[in-house]
Design a protein around this ligand. Structure first.
Ligand code: GLU
Length: 448
């Protein structure tokens, strides 16, 4: 194990979508590439909205994508650590109590906007007198806590975006703990990253401003900040965020729609980079492609329809070993020979079932009347068993001179007789799988 520690930190308040999978994969594959540790950290401090079923769904989705975490942590089990951090910051005057209600804050914001000012919290609570405080307390108000930003220009060298500089004077002091005692993400996350010795924070660029405040929190707590990498966000072709199509783009629904996990992973990781979005053989190949410098600074636009093509391409290149278990679960036999014969014709893995039925179950004849004699003639020319790989070539060499047909006239009736379908895998590969007995009966127009 190297010293690299990364984390994927979703809130278990819903299903994760392909955009979240981008973050998860970049973290997990970076850890894999560097021999590091990949933590799933469930940001579940919002007890009202966090649900166990979503936490389970996230674990299942990560396992399906092939990136089960090395460790699982939950914020809900670490509340004492956040309390201790708040206490420490209180001792250093780096947090302050506030009493404004949401409506009062909203009014302030509107006033600022009306005057053309940025809606930044004015630190009124910081200058509150003891009397004001006593008055609020006597009204039964409980304080919530804000972290006091050290107004300065925070700079970091972002692994994706290069040098970033943010003046924290332009930000509101972040609320870290609500009046009802629930913890907000920003401080809790910093405490976790320190305790869990996270070395790299890889997350969406929507967190860039949080990072400036969090770097200040790391410093206040006497810790070194990790390395930050903010990746662009996946968006739909029109530029909309994924929430619009959330349902159909959740990992769960992509799985249920029969997409290949590797195809979803390739789209999630390679979109919005300078690399081609293409099928990969396995996650190790995808991991090798990851280079944070190749992630674009613009949005990562993708068309969900591309997933179909990539799922098909992934299947067309999949080794038998990589799908053997799943074929078994579908009751598809035939081993590697069957797989290699049909994989190039699949849009979904489940399509293999249809072709397995074609080679192994009785098929009603669809041969046209005008082709019946030709098929009967071809039947008389079937090579004797045992059949080798070359049986198709041997058979054709015998049919061609005897039937005086070529091209479509020759192949189409054979395909219809053997498979009852207009298109499909090469007959050369299917013939030995169908076997002589069935082939012979199908050519004679029997259901076999
Ligand atoms: N819970 C945060 C989110 O889902 C985590 C952000 C982070 O990685 O620090 O956006």
């Amino acid at each position: 194990m190297s010293g690299v520690v990364v984390r994927f930190a979703p809130s278990p308040t819903g299903l994760i979508h392909i955009g979240n999978a981008r973050t998860a994969l970049l973290n997990a594959l970076y850890a894999r590439q560097s021999g590091g540790t990949f933590i799933l950290r469930l940001d579940d401090t919002d007890r009202a909205r966090s649900e166990e079923r979503f936490a389970e769904a996230i674990k299942q989705d990560l396992a399906w994508l092939g990136i089960p975490p090395d460790k699982i942590e939950t914020q809900s089990s670490r509340l004492g650590r956040y309390e201790a951090a708040l206490e420490k910051l209180r001792g250093m005057d780096r947090v302050y109590a506030c009493y404004e209600t949401e409506e009062e804050l909203e009014r302030k914001r509107r006033r600022q906007l009306g005057r053309g000012l940025p809606p930044v919290y004015d630190r009124a609570a910081l200058n509150m007198s003891e009397e004001d405080r006593a008055k609020y307390e006597s009204e039964g108000r409980k304080p919530y806590w804000r972290f006091k930003l050290d107004h300065r220009v925070v700079k970091w060298n972002d692994t994706v975006r290069g040098e970033i500089a943010i003046d924290t004077a332009s930000l509101s002091d972040p609320v870290v703990c609500r009046a009802n005692g629930t913890w907000l993400y920003s401080l809790a996350s910093v405490v976790d990253d320190i305790d869990m010795q996270v070395t790299h924070v890889i997350r969406g660029e929507d967190h860039i401003t949080n990072t400036a405040a969090q770097i200040d929190m790391f410093a206040a707590l006497g810790a070194n900040a990790p390395t930050f990498a903010h990746h662009n966000l996946l968006t739909l072709p029109g530029g909309e965020g994924l929430s619009k199509r959330f349902g159909s783009l959740s990992i769960q629904s992509l799985r249920e729609a029969g997409h290949e996990a590797l195809a979803v992973a390739a789209v999630a990781v390679l979109t919005g980079t300078s690399l081609a979005v293409e099928a990969v053989e396995n996650l190790a190949v995808l991991a090798e492609k990851i280079d944070f410098k190749k992630i674009s600074h613009g949005p990562a636009r993708f068309d969900p329809a591309d997933l179909d093509a990539l799922t098909a391409k992934t299947l067309h290149a999949a080794s038998y070993a990589s799908v053997a278990e799943r074929l078994k679960a579908l009751d598809v036999g035939g081993g590697e020979k069957f797989w290699l014969a049909v994989r190039g014709n699949l849009a979904r893995l489940s399509d293999a079932k249809e072709w397995w039925e074609v080679v192994s179950s009785p098929l009603a004849s669809k041969t046209e009347a005008s082709d019946r004699d030709f098929c009967k003639l071809a039947e008389t020319l079937l090579p004797a068993e045992p059949w080798s790989e070359k049986v198709w070539d041997e058979w054709l060499a015998a049919i061609k001179p005897a039937a005086n047909r070529k091209g479509r006239e020759l192949f189409h009736p054979l395909r219809i007789a053997l498979t009852a379908r207009e298109n499909g895998p090469e007959l050369r590969a299917l013939l030995p799988l169908i076997g002589r007995r069935r082939t012979s009966a199908r050519l004679k127009g029997e259901t076999a």
